[in-house]
Design a protein around this ligand. Sequence first.
Ligand code: OGA
Ligand code: MN
Length: 292
Amino acid sequence: MQIEPLSRHLGAVVTGIDARRPLTPAEVAAIEAGMDRHAVLVLPGQDITDEQQLAFTQNFGPLEEGANSTVRANELRLAPTFADVSNLDKDGSVLARDNKRRMASLGNRLWHSDASFRAIPARYSLLSGRIVTTDAGNTEFADMRAAYDALDTATKAEVEELVCEHSLIYSRQQLGFTEFLPDERVSMKPVLQRLVRTHPVTGRKSLYLSAHIGAIVGWPRPEAMAFVRDLMEHATQAEFVYIHHWTKHDLVIWDNRVTMHRVRRFDDLNTVRDMRRTTTRSDGPTVAQQAA
Ligand code: OGA
Ligand code: MN
């Protein structure tokens, strides 16, 4: 297995691995070590089935399921163990402009960390490019370790103990999407996350930012959101970003604990983009949750 870095802070290409076959413990350890170092790994040429993607993913911990919880079960195109990041409905047609799932998925255009709105958030996301767009629809990744390191001393001290509220309602509201059903409002109740995380293996600190943030505990809301915007702007400077241009059958793995990502705009009403994501869970919450 070879690993070649892709940018100054994050991202590397991995060759010499076949994601269709069971991995040896040494291969799993080598990928995890690569993730700890580079935070994003690109595995080109992985022509995998859904079953192979699931089996490969489970080398890296328990699955984070229910990513499509706002889509009715009979409308799912993929098994519920997948996040369907495509622009297709279950019959394979491109989603209509006013389709509710399309509206919700536009949230992926905002910088975020997957499932930061869950008390136990995501660890790795694995995104398989089955049908890709090449001129647009790039996926961008920001290194939140490098972003943390580059903060001045006063800001590091200020963010150290802060706790944020994350919810899908907040990220969707940013885009003016406010059609939530009463039961969705209950399932999207905000969760608490530390703003500064420490990586369990490397010990490096990182900023835990996401479009899902809607408040900082103990702060007036406008002051909190203005500060979060400043931190977002700081963390997504070009220096900290790797831009992934997709090739069919790329399998891209990112560590949600230390990165943010977003997809760039593409002509999703006239072009097919079939991306399928599997996700693993973190070990536990980043901070104790308030009693409901
Ligand atoms: C995701 C996501 C970005 C993309 O799968 O979590 O945000 O490029 N996808 O589709
Ligand atoms: Mn995402």
